[in-house]
Ligand binder design. Structure first.
Ligand SMILES: [Zn+2]
Length: 230
């Protein structure tokens, strides 16, 4: 069964769609970069090898289970160390990760990414900024879809601070590629998320109970974006 589909975003830059979640594959001159490894509905390694023959390095935007399945199938794996505890606590079969730090430059020749730490959704969530091509890969933290902000390690205050941090970089990119829901959102969405997170923190938005969880989790929707929180 085919569980993945590929969508070419620009030359050498693809999204790999896996139902409700997506990964990104970027072909450099000698190596390829895979951003996240999905929820594990199929053999992603095999699928990626059909797209590129280049050796693949994986960078994880964060350690949620829908982004890290299949991790063991890849040889080179990088994650921010603030995510290590969370990753290991949720995975009996956790594999070792190389550290990835704020400000690191990942240069693949045709693409060059700067690592920006944006905690909140999880402690070691990162974004990858491609300044020349003016886009950001934002993981779960920037999207038009409910952002999970309940459970261990989620922190609204940190999230809002991270959006503020990205507001300081808005002159450097136009588009954000998201892991869920709509593939690309305008950079301005970061302003909306900053404002919306503030409203939720200040109890200015009333939540509606979300039945798919245990009844305690509510959906807080405002300004066209939303969060799941307790
Ligand atoms: Zn996710």
């Amino acid at each position: 069964m085919q569980n993945y589909t590929t969508n070419k975003i620009m030359e050498g830059f693809y999204s790999i769609e896996e139902g409700f979640v997506r990964c990104f594959l970027i072909e450099g001159h000698k190596e390829a970069l895979l951003v996240d490894t999905g929820v594990g509905s199929g053999d992603l390694k095999k699928y990626v090898e059909e797209i590129t023959k280049l050796p693949v390095t994986v960078i994880f935007t964060h350690a949620d289970g829908d982004h890290t399945a299949n991790a063991a199938r890849f040889e080179r794996r990088l994650m921010h160390p603030c995510e290590f505890d969370y990753y290991r606590s949720r995975n009996e079969k956790a594999v070792s990760m190389e550290p990835l730090w704020e400000g690191d430059i990942i240069d693949f020749g045709s693409y060059r990414f700067e690592v920006i730490l944006i905690p909140g959704h999880t402690p070691g969530s990162i974004a990858l900024l491609e300044r020349e091509k003016r886009f950001l890969i934002g993981g779960d933290s920037i999207q038009i879809g409910s952002i999970f902000m309940f459970g261990n390690g989620r922190n609204f205050e940190a999230y809002r601070a991270s959006m503020k941090k990205l507001q300081g970089r808005l002159k450097e990119f136009d588009t954000v590629y998201a892991s869920h829901n709509v593939l690309s959102v305008e950079a301005d969405t970061i302003n909306t998320l900053y404002t919306a997170a503030g409203k939720v923190m200040e109890n200015k938005v009333s939540g509606r109970p979300e039945e798919r969880f245990d009844g305690k989790v509510k959906c807080y929707e405002t300004d066209g974006v939303s969060f799941y929180a307790v």
